[in-house]
Design a protein around this ligand. Sequence first.
Ligand SMILES: Cc1cc2nc3c(=O)[nH]c(=O)nc-3n(C[C@H](O)[C@H](O)[C@H](O)COP(=O)(O)OP(=O)(O)OC[C@H]3O[C@@H](n4cnc5c(N)ncnc54)[C@H](O)[C@@H]3O)c2cc1C
Length: 480
Amino acid sequence: MAFFLTTGTSAVDSFDVVVIGSGPAGVAVVERLYEERPNATIAMIERGSTLLRRHFYSNGALIGERDRFLARHQVCPWKGDLDEGGALLPALGGRGIVGGSQLHRFYASDLTLWQNGLWPLTEGELDPYFREAETRLLGGSRCGGPAQEHVCKALASLDARHPPCGSAVDTERRPSAGLPHISSVERLLALLAMDRAAPYRRLRLFTDTRAVRLVADPARRRQISRLRCVPSGESRGAYFDVRGGTFVLAASAVESARLVLASGVQALNGASTNVGRYLMEHIYCRGYLDVSSRQEMPHGPINVFVPPQNAALENRFQVEICSVLHPADGRSVLRVTGSAAMDPQRQNRVTLSPDHVDGHGVPRASTVLRLSPGDERRKASLLRGLQDISALLGGSWLAPPVVMPRGASYHEAGTLRIAHSPAEGAAAPDGSLFGWDNVFAGDGSAFPSVGVANPILTITAMGYRLADRLASRLGTFERA
Ligand SMILES: Cc1cc2nc3c(=O)[nH]c(=O)nc-3n(C[C@H](O)[C@H](O)[C@H](O)COP(=O)(O)OP(=O)(O)OC[C@H]3O[C@@H](n4cnc5c(N)ncnc54)[C@H](O)[C@@H]3O)c2cc1C
């Protein structure tokens, strides 16, 4: 089904590259491309406005305040299994402005563990991009002090560790200290400032602007020439087109697939029937552990993680342990969160809702996300793992671990996954959609499997990899 707006067009400028979405994915592509190709002109389209200019924690806020901030701003453009929890933060910087208390590399074994989700690239190929992502993103401090050390020691048999961080200045200031990373919004604003100071401008940001349709070029087979956009706040039917040589989908795994489906381009040029397929996220379990009665537990901030214990599929989960303040009495409790992988399954997918449209008349995304028998076993194993952690730390559950609603992990992936052939995925290993030469999956939609690690670092590394491919192709596609 293709979606058409009917009135109010005006053509805006033309760009070498048009990036849809300003979260960690889109910003990674833009920052690398901007630096690598000094002549490239780039447009970034973001449906939200500027809510923050730095990462949430860098503004001095705590986790509880972040939850209130999220509740105030997040929207759910998705129906179906993700409806209860799946949500976007439409804002400059996307969910990168609140997410990222822990930034992990995708575990190398997860690239090859999932037989129907093999990554068409190697750990060695990704390594330089990971190193660059770590240099740019990791904050300069980490939780330190006796409480942090105590938890690491108590969980040593599970190989508990400090999360990755930059220069590793320990801080004991508050529970959220040591959490923030250099967020997408900060990096993008720095780039815009640099662009303003340059002799001529080549980076243009459209905020409060929703991309609603990729428009194919009738004169050029296999190419998209324009992106149809609607400005928020305008009357329904108003739109303008942004022209480009290359288009990067970085609107989040569900929204990027929705845009492709709503444009109808997956039905042309013999494109893959896998568009929207293999939706995954992490099975997310959370409990709150009260250790305040443990004499041996020192006071102070805690931010620790427990990696997967081995490569058995059943044990592909990791656990984050973070101190938070109890909302009623301000005592410090441990928030224990487990993220388990989901098997890639073709029947888990994003489609266009037949009967729900958004405020611009575009069909909402409808999702199916069901657990496989292997997922059920992994979930049970994760819940046992959380009990082991509680036994090692002592204390009692204030709220025992529960499996959170689908979508609650915010780690969706896989809807335009990269693969060697259209039979296995929706995009080629370089990210280009099968059937199209100038449209690229640039966010978690490109992941063939979701693995265990939380995704910002891998999304960023993949964004740098994509930017390198685009830099070498610029000029191949004329701007329409
Ligand atoms: C509370 C919270 C905690 C998290 N913690 C961590 C963590 O510790 N570590 C980690 O790695 N990850 C974490 N995450 C997940 C992480 O934030 C996301 O995986 C990541 O932001 C995804 O990046 P993205 O750029 O693909 O998508 P997003 O960050 O969602 O950005 C997509 C952007 O595209 C825009 N957009 C969507 N549709 C359109 C459209 N049609 N037109 C124009 N713009 C559009 C959206 O407004 C949004 O700004 C957390 C997320 C949350 C919410």
